[in-house]
Design a binder for this molecule. Structure first.
Ligand code: G6P
Length: 482
């Protein structure tokens, strides 16, 4: 690293995301400690960041933490401070109680609050200014996800010299839903400040282009949007396209091959009483993940006597998430109630129907769980990609295990026909497929897993970031007025 000698404003690549890739804790004497949080995005971007003189702008995750930029792992980390009220209105409110449910096809009703919108604009402006202050002349700035959709335009207004990319990690809804948003036009114009707008699926990109056509006067041709400026100038060309995200497949594959993880997987099965079939669900405790539908189907399968707790068990890891948002609190009540009822009704001494774990675990433990599981259940009602599905595949170099995957995930678009696809709304259909998965013979498991592994091992997250940045930097320089 070049220590603190780099001058401010000298970074050739600036990443902007709601969260920084570190966790902060404030110790007793007010000193700030940070720890790397091993997210997928940071593994993807670290190599490019280190090579390119990179800075990362984001929130620490704690309220009112005003901290100077600092060097870590050869990147400059630039904390953006959020007050308790910003967290309530911008993060819990507009991002996670307006945009999140709206973009996931209104599975839960979105709340539209003008105060939240005001906070969203203010906080987006703060992120845009922080990025503008770090970027070198002509630098590439890559903005991430639904929390920051106004940043591309705000940044372009501050720094027209920059090359700006945006990637939306979650779905982009059909215009018929999107148009509920009172600030839909501002959001579309905010995104169009970018040169390249990336989505998980082709369907998300075309939903966005349809919204542009419906809600603005800009013209579109295929994936290209011509953004006219107010004084009728020639305008800019913006591209909207799919760049399906992935995981660090090789790293996960290697982790799952270590003797420690292999031994831990055996130990997990033994602790569960060596069931014939261990099923596994791994999700943030979020209403988009279809956890209730999954548990309902599983309970009915036990009820019908098609599987029994002596031979079969379900481990459900539900990591705590967004716990101050009402819809998440309600979901937790529902899930925990259903788990309690099913365990009460079908469990026996030494045999729980469902092992419910409201925790998050380090990657080593996740890899061991994946290895231990005969059937992986991913039953999201709507999901941008779903990386749990890809992690499961990367962990299974033994070519065993069955992936049950919802049609409503980005991963289904990419991975079909390897997984058993389900419509989680169709409880009877899902029950049949779960039972099929539990009974699948090893040859069929291998045939499917091989096909899945070919795909996931080849298309890893490094390829994803290279392909996005490759397209972004290859775009012709924008048209300027003479
Ligand atoms: C999704 C979003 C991310 C978000 C993550 C965790 O994957 O696409 O932007 O960071 O969920 O949610 P949280 O609210 O805890 O950041």
């Amino acid at each position: 690293g070049q220590g603190t000698s780099r001058k401010k404003g000298g970074y050739d690549l600036v990443v902007v995301s709601n969260r920084l890739p570190v966790d902060f804790t404030v110790d007793e004497d007010g000193g700030v400690q940070w720890q790397r949080s091993p997210g997928g995005l940071v593994t993807a971007l670290e190599p490019v960041m280190q090579e390119a003189d990179g800075a990362w702008v984001g929130w620490s995750g704690a309220p009112d933490l005003d901290h100077e930029p600092f060097e870590a792992d050869d990147m400059l980390l630039v904390p953006v401070a959020l007050s308790a009220s910003d967290i309530e209105r911008y993060y819990e409110g507009f991002a996670n109680d307006t945009l999140w449910p709206l973009y996931h096809d209104v599975i839960s009703p979105p709340t539209y609050h003008r105060q939240w919108w005001d906070a969203y604009r203010r906080v987006n402006q703060r992120f845009a200014e922080a990025a503008a202050a770090q970027a070198a002349h002509g630098a590439v700035v890559w903005v991430h996800d639904y929390q920051l959709q106004l940043v591309p335009k705000m940044l372009r207004d501050l720094r027209p010299d920059l090359r700006i990319g945006f990637f939306n990690h979650i779905p982009f809804p059909a215009v018929e839903l999107f148009q509920q948003l009172p600030w839909r036009t501002q959001i579309v114009e905010g995104l169009l400040g970018a040169d390249l707008i990336g989505f998980q699926r082709g369907g998300d990109a075309s939903n966005f282009v349809r919204s542009v056509r419906r809600l603005t006067r800009h013209t579109t041709r295929g994936p290209i949007i011509s953004v006219s400026d107010d004084d009728g100038g020639p305008g800019r060309r913006v591209r909207a396209a799919a760049f399906p995200i992935s995981i660090d497949s090789r790293h996960f594959d290697e982790l799952a091959r270590t003797p420690e993880v292999q031994a831990r997987a055996k130990e997990i099965r033994a602790d569960l009483g060596d069931p014939t079939v261990m099923m596994l669900g791994v999700d943030r405790l979020d209403y988009t993940k279809g956890i209730r539908h999954r548990i309902k189907a599983y309970g009915e399968i036990l009820q019908d006597g098609r599987l029994d707790v002596e031979h079969c068990t379900l481990v459900q890891v539900a990591s705590p998430s967004r716990e101050n948002v009402g819809a998440y609190q309600e979901l937790r009540e529902h899930v925990e109630g259903a788990v309690g009822r099913i365990n009460g009704e079908f469990g026996e001494l030494g045999h729980s129907a469902i092992h419910y774990l409201h925790h998050s675990y380090p990657p080593e433990e996740m890899a061991a769980l994946y290895l231990a599981a005969d059937v992986m259940l991913v039953t999201s009602l709507r999901d941008g990609m779903n990386l749990v599905a890809k992690e499961y595949i990367a962990a299974r170099s033994d070519e065993r295990g069955v992936l049950v995957l919802s049609e409503f995930t980005g991963a289904a678009d990419e991975l079909a026909p390897g997984p058993l696809l389900v419509n989680p709304h169709d409880i009877d259909g899902m029950k049949d497929i779960i039972v099929t998965a539990a009974r699948m013979d090893p040859r069929e498991q291998r045939r499917r897993m091989r096909r899945l592994r070919r795909k996931v091992m080849a298309d890893d997250v490094a390829k994803w970031s290279q392909s996005f940045l490759g397209v972004l930097t290859a775009m012709p320089p924008r048209t300027t007025h003479v």
